[in-house]
Ligand binder design. Sequence first.
Ligand SMILES: CC(C)(COP(=O)(O)OP(=O)(O)OC[C@H]1O[C@@H](n2cnc3c(N)ncnc32)[C@H](O)[C@@H]1OP(=O)(O)O)[C@@H](O)C(=O)NCCC(=O)NCCS
Length: 143
Amino acid sequence: MIREMKEEDLQQCGVIYAKAFPIEYWGIDWAPDNAKEYLLDFYEQKRFIGYVYEEDDAVIGCIFALCKISGSKKEIYINEMAVLPEKQGQGIGRQLLKTLLDYSKEKGYAGVVLYTSEYAPASKFYEKNGFKLSQGTICMYYA
Ligand SMILES: CC(C)(COP(=O)(O)OP(=O)(O)OC[C@H]1O[C@@H](n2cnc3c(N)ncnc32)[C@H](O)[C@@H]1OP(=O)(O)O)[C@@H](O)C(=O)NCCC(=O)NCCS
């Protein structure tokens, strides 16, 4: 079952996030507590939109997004999403994403945007769900 996220879900979302982004693959040492803090920053944003997937009263997947004003239009930015590793590949991610895409359509928003690593398998997941590579956008950094 998918429902809107509540603040008390953040502890479990931190657990899911730390498991879904293991250090061996991502090089970042996420633990449930620092993941919860990280996710809380999204949750506290003014135009936050979040859903969780619940099974037998346990949260096993989550999506964190933000509605952004873009001139006279609005867009949704997906900040994070994760499904417990042992529950991946069962359609939970697709359902969470669909809930957000349906919400965007229902509100008449211009679209849904996200950033992900070129090398991460998640890009295939997004492609399968109708996302396309944005043309003309580059990512820059200063160190
Ligand atoms: C990415 C993620 C949220 C997808 O959730 P999920 O519940 O495993 O995905 P689903 O089972 O709903 O998959 C939907 C479709 O995407 C495909 N897919 C899912 N993960 C995939 C992957 N890693 N590589 C290729 N295809 C993938 C599935 O095969 C499925 O295709 P189908 O419709 O042809 O059957 C989940 O795998 C996850 O938490 N990954 C680790 C964290 C992560 O990468 N988060 C996103 C960062 S931006």
